[in-house]
Design a protein around this ligand. Structure first.
Ligand code: ADP
Ligand code: MG
Ligand code: ZN
Length: 611
């Protein structure tokens, strides 16, 4: 659009210039000959002037040239006392008032018409009823993509997410199959995951696989300077999408737009809220059977406005997590297709060296390797190039605390195995669902996920003790294997201590303190536990406090002994599971229980032990 404008302004200027040149030419060819005043005087003295008209500034007239032919001439007046000179010569002369009116008028009119023309032209470009709304339209139109070339095979290592999105693809391809039996597709699908894991890529792959138009817009593009623009843009986007259905609307970086209301700092606040409101209205207002599916991506789901996540909006969430070892191998394979690899390249080794890296990081490594090979003027990318690329990129990321080294990885593997094994060997605990040493976020280097088989509202003392044991499992395993504990276990210890204290002071589960509750903290039920919420003053004596501390220590020591016993007894299994975990980074429930020689279908609840 910008380009065309410049072009047309040049066009107009060119036109003006051409007219001026032409004008000059015509004037010169048919206009009077312009002669200097001195020549005029000398001709006057020679009586070669036949007739003149005297204006304010110029004298025009007819003179005789060399061949005594009459020619028109013009000269600029210099001598004010011309009349005297003229006397005694045989010529007609008269005074004339030069008419400059027309010329003045034209010199005013041309610029005015020019500006009017440009203005009209610009308004035409924006379309009828031009205004801010039309900008929105233009932007959204720019983003409608017809044949998206991306396919699912371009995205690797996120099989679970792909599986869930497969359903969306088949709905877009043949909606009748679902609507015939009264099925309703989710309106909104939210892709959640750390940066660079392929969320944008996946959404494009869905559009590519289904072969539908893809409207893509970034959340930040909605948030404009002028109030009302964002909301208008949302309206426009949806109305266009409905025309093109079946199609996909993709809102990248939804968090820029969908931050929980009332959370933002001053400025742009009302505008964002209005836009968000409009998005909610549009999402509620359309029938999913028309075949428009709204996808969005975010790496900060926790700050999204809860209204966005309600049923009928982004009610389906797909986790796009960082890839495990096999995932990383697959991603490397996908991107290795584009570069010429030397035969010595082993992608598995690269994958082993890069735990915690995202798909984008891995792509970056291959690219960096190719650049290194190019710099050395080689035809193939060698393993050495790629190793150096890993060093560079991992080194860069290590500074940002995103990658763990091999020794840390080993510690984490034993730690997590400790949690999981204690859970497996303790009755009344939640079933181990998954063990992972793929780092998540900043704090957690690994996690053991336990899932409840039913909802629980009450817990017995033995169940709470079981929880204590599982929490202590990580650090005890570290102690057994390495002879010391790492800082990674401190959060577990904190949680174990809090739980044990609650058992003694709130639930009356102690042995020496009697059936008394020693704490009357009323915590807000729906708020996170907040330790700063302590009421002033203690409700028990110093002696009781000392007794409480004693019993607390005794309880935890007792649990630690038991955990130590369990893990030492099964030390060979601890080694084997941790080794397996180091190899493949993730261990699913079935595989884990089988390794312990236990029944994988043994049931039990939800807890997650991080760190
Ligand atoms: P996100 O939107 O999650 O931040 P992107 O989809 O923009 O991540 O990913 C950036 C680039 O990284 C992609 O274009 C792709 O080249 C590469 N990439 C990321 N994840 C994957 C993956 N799972 N498989 C293949 N390539 C990936
Ligand atoms: Mg993205
Ligand atoms: Zn732990």
């Amino acid at each position: 659009m910008e380009k065309k404008h410049k072009f047309s302004i040049w066009y107009v200027l060119l036109g003006i210039w051409a007219v001026l040149i032409l004008n000059n030419l015509i004037y010169q060819s048919i206009g009077p000959e312009v002669i200097p005043y001195s020549e005029f005087l000398s001709r006057l003295r020679q009586d070669k002037i036949k007739e003149i008209a005297i204006g304010d500034q110029a004298i025009t007239g007819v003179m005789l040239d060399k061949d005594n032919a009459e020619v028109k001439f013009k000269t600029i007046r210099v001598n004010p006392d011309l009349a005297k000179e003229l006397e005694g010569h045989t010529l007609k002369f008269r005074g004339e008032v030069e008419s400059t009116f027309l010329r003045n008028l034209i010199s005013w009119l041309i610029p005015i018409f020019l500006f009017l023309g440009i203005w009209y032209f610009m308004m035409r470009r924006m379309g009828p009823g031009a205004g801010v709304m039309q900008f929105g339209q233009n932007r959204a139109k720019l983003h409608a993509e017809q044949d998206v070339p991306t396919r699912f095979e371009d995205v690797a290592g996120v099989d679970e997410a792909k599986g869930e999105l497969q359903e969306i693809v088949s709905f877009l391809k043949e909606p009748e199959r679902y609507t015939r039996v009264g099925g309703r597709m989710p309106k909104g699908v939210l892709l959640v995951g750390p940066p660079g894991t392929g969320k944008t890529l996946l959404s494009r792959a869905v559009a590519g696989e289904a072969g539908v138009p893809f409207f893509s817009i970034s959340g930040s593009e909605f948030v404009e300077l002028f109030v009302g623009v964002g909301a208008a843009r949302v309206r426009e986007l949806f109305s266009q999408a409905k025309e093109k259905a079946p199609c996909i609307i993709f809102i990248d970086e939804l968090d820029a737009l969908g931050k929980a209301r009332g959370m933002s700092v001053v400025g742009g606040h009302d505008e964002r809220e209005q836009t968000l409101q409009q998005l909610l209205v549009e999402m509620d207002g359309f029938d999913p059977r028309v075949g428009v599916i709204i996808m969005a991506a975010t790496n900060r789901p926790e700050i999204l406005d809860p209204a966005l996540l309600r049923a009928g909006r982004f009610d389906r969430q797909v986790l796009v997590d960082k890839p495990d070892l096999n995932g990383r191998i697959d991603i490397l394979k996908v991107h290795a297709k584009r570069i010429t690899l030397a035969p010595d390249v082993d992608l598995k080794i690269l994958a082993q060296r890069t735990p915690g890296l995202s798909g984008a990081d891995l792509e970056n490594i291959l690219n960096e390797g190719a650049l290194l090979a190019g710099r050395a003027d080689r035809d193939q990318v060698t393993m050495a190039d790629l190793e150096e690329a890993v060093d560079r990129i991992v080194g860069g990321l290590e500074k940002k605390n995103r990658v763990i080294n091999q020794r840390e990885k080993k510690t984490v593997a034993y730690h997590e195995t400790g949690h999981a094994m204690v859970a497996a060997y303790t009755p009344l605990t939640d079933k181990v669902h998954k063990i992972s040493i793929v780092p998540r976020g900043i704090a957690a280097l690994g996690y053991t996920e336990q899932r409840p088989t039913e909802d629980r509202y009450l817990m017995s003392r033995s169940e709470l003790v079981g929880k204590l044991d599982v929490l202590l499992g990580g650090r005890v395993a570290e102690k057994i294997i390495f002879g010391e504990v790492s800082t990674g276990a401190s959060n577990d210890l904190q949680r174990a201590t809090d739980l044990a204290r609650a058992m003694l002071t709130q639930y009356g589960m102690g042995t020496t303190l009697g059936p008394v509750t020693y704490s009357r903290r009323n915590q807000p039920i729906f708020m996170p536990q907040d330790s700063s919420y302590l009421p002033p003053g203690q409700e028990y004596s110093e002696a009781t406090a000392a007794g409480l501390d004693d019993e607390l220590r005794r309880l935890l020591e007792e649990r630690e002994d038991r955990v130590n016993q369990v893990l030492s007894e099964h030390r060979d299994q601890l080694e084997a599971v941790a080794q397996k975990l180091l190899d493949q980074e993730v261990l699913e429930s079935r595989e884990f229980y089988t390794m312990l020689g236990l029944d994988p279908d043994k049931a039990a609840g939800q807890a997650e032990t991080e760190g």
